[in-house]
Design a protein around this ligand. Structure first.
Ligand code: HEM
Length: 526
């Protein structure tokens, strides 16, 4: 009896399972076909996605901006992707970036939410990743008051002049350490303006140690494996002791570094204020302005600490990258360097060093700088924006919540605007009429777009110009030589990542004939 029942139930069970399995497979296939159909029909074009993975397997780990630029030859300037289930739109042209991110800024100014940074590392409050809203407006207002207000910018000129002076002396003393000197130049500008803190030596400066540890820790914690948590949020609950939870342990370690970066400089500024010795700084102003009857609310304290901790990370690496790219370009293109020096000599004679007021009289140096920005855009894929609601553009449907990735590198390679884009050729800007030169100034691209446009752009640009013009005034940049006194070959290359650092290289920075350290005014550094 029991055998008979089993004999009937077993095939019946198998049949049921097979039917359910077939229906499920059929359902998934049909669902996917509908998704693909919708995908093909409405969204901008892009490589065909796979079920579940979407296009993730097609996106290379390194130099993604180069792949997106290649893809644009097939799909055009808008490329729609699915990264697992998340939608992403790559923008490859300046026109589309302006149309969407600038003209429709109200919809395109949010940031994607990153569990890794916001929940695990807790690098918050952080204006660079903050959602578009009131808290972001408050932080922008604070940073803009410090970095865009004309009076504030002018008040930094003595600091910029002092640090340029110190940079030149350091380069004469130990030219082989040019990377460290350029970093110290920028780092001290950021620390001085944010906290009123002067950096004399990179290696033993507490503020720099705290900031570098937090910033580089955050970059390291953002490995591709760790980024999976943003696609599969359940991973954030994995216990830290489990194999595969290394990303979470690292994130917790970096969280502590971020806390210290937020707390230690804040406490020092507050103590200096109490002692009446605090130098003018962003933090001093914010603490003073938010102080009501000697009391700072926990909310204000939280926001002020966050605002301070972001500036160094956002402003240092980006600015240093441009300066190192400039040195690399000068070593590779001595003709450009000589032409810029001839302009300096013609305009200033050889009796004094350039100052910011000389900028308009030195148009070729501006062309050189524009070409440096274009040749190696420091943030090649910008920072991602997010679209808050569905949108239509050129007849395509772009779903709300799509991550928007402006391919700045690709835009600087547009052959219509910049023929032979890989050639370093500052004259391309001289050859444009004024209207085109202004419209195609790479500074319209490399600092991002719309309401999220970099608030430090003027300060970064003037700091770079000052260092560049002064270095050109007194130094020659040559290829390093080997023991047989032959120039070593130098092939420019850049590290793949959020910031496109030139790979380390050696070069020979020496005083120009007829220039001596006497040209550099004696200054009090305190
Ligand atoms: C050459 C130097 C610099 C470059 C190339 C650069 C580039 C960028 C880019 C591409 C963005 C993203 C814009 C977007 O999402 O559309 C950005 C954002 C930002 N930058 Fe810069 N930056 C530079 C210097 C600075 C400096 C000196 C500061 C210091 C204040 C700074 C502070 C910021 C901040 C706070 C944001 C986030 C803005 C937001 O999300 O609303 N940057 N920058």
């Amino acid at each position: 009896m029991a055998y008979t029942a089993l004999g009937i139930m077993f095939p019946f069970g198998i049949a049921c399972i097979s039917i359910i399995f077939t229906i499920t497979i059929f359902g998934i296939r049909r669902w996917w076909a509908v998704q693909c159909y919708e995908y093909d029909r409405l969204n901008p074009p892009g490589p065909r996605p796979l079920p579940f993975l979407g296009n993730i397997h097609q996106v290379p780990m390194d130099y993604q901006y180069k792949a997106f630029t290649e893809w644009s030859k097939v799909f055009g300037d808008l490329i729609f992707l699915r990264l697992f289930r998340k939608a992403a739109l790559i923008i490859n042209s300046t026109q589309a970036a302006q149309d969407l991110l600038e003209k429709r800024g109200a919809k395109y100014s949010d940031r994607p939410y990153f569990i890794l940074f916001s929940e695990l590392i807790q690098f918050e409050p952080n204006v660079t990743i903050m959602p578009y809203g009131d808290q972001w407006r408050l932080h922008r207002k604070w940073i803009q008051a410090s970095f865009q207000d004309r009076a504030a910018l002018q008040s930094y000129e003595p600091i910029q002049a002092r640090e340029t002076n110190r940079l030149l002396r350091a380069l004469i003393e130990s030219p082989g350490d040019f990377t460290a000197h350029l970093k110290r130049y920028v780092a001290t500008l950021m620390m001085e303006i944010t906290y009123g803190h002067t950096v004399t030596n990179l290696d033993d400066d507490e503020f720099i140690r705290l900031a570098d540890r937090a910033v580089s820790g955050t970059v390291e914690a953002g490995s591709p494996a760790a980024a999976l948590v943003d696609f599969f949020p359940l991973l954030k609950h994995i216990p830290t002791w489990m194999p595969g939870a290394g990303f979470k342990r690292k994130a917790f370690e970096v969280r502590e570094y971020v806390r210290q970066l937020q707390n230690v400089p804040f406490a020092k500024v507050r103590n200096a204020m109490a002692a009446g010795i605090a130098k003018p700084s962003l933090l001093r102003t914010l603490i003073q302005d938010s102080n009501v009857d000697g009391f700072l609310s926990p909310d204000d304290e939280y926001n002020i600490k966050g605002a301070g901790s972001v500036i160094y990370g956002a402003g240092t690496d980006t600015t240093v990258t441009v300066l190192i790219s400039f040195v690399l370009a000068m070593v590779l293109h001595p003709d450009v360097c000589q032409k810029a020096q001839a302009e300096l000599d013609r305009v200033l004679g050889n009796g004094r060093l350039p100052e910011l007021i000389d900028r308009d009289s030195l148009p070729y140096i501006d062309c050189v700088l524009k070409e440096v920005y274009r040749w190696n855009p420091p943030v090649p894929l910008c920072l991602p924006h997010k679209l808050t609601q569905d949108d239509e553009y050129r007849g395509f449907h772009i779903p709300g919540q799509t991550m928007i990735i402006p391919n700045i590198w690709g835009m600087t390679r547009d052959v219509e605007t910049y023929p032979e884009p890989e050639t370093f050729y500052p004259e391309r800007f001289e050859e444009m009429d004024k209207l085109n030169a202004d419209a195609n100034d790479p500074r319209n691209l490399v600092f991002g777009f719309g309401r999220r446009l970099c608030p430090g752009r003027q300060f970064g640009d003037t700091s770079i110009w000052l260092a560049v013009a002064n270095m050109l005034a007194i130094f020659e940049f040559r290829k390093a030589v080997n023991s047989a006194n032959e120039e070593a070959e130098l092939i420019p290359s850049f590290v793949s990542g959020t910031i496109s650092h030139p790979r380390p290289f050696s070069c020979n920075i020496c005083l120009r004939p007829g220039r001596t350290a006497d040209l550099i005014p004696v200054m009090d550094y305190d």
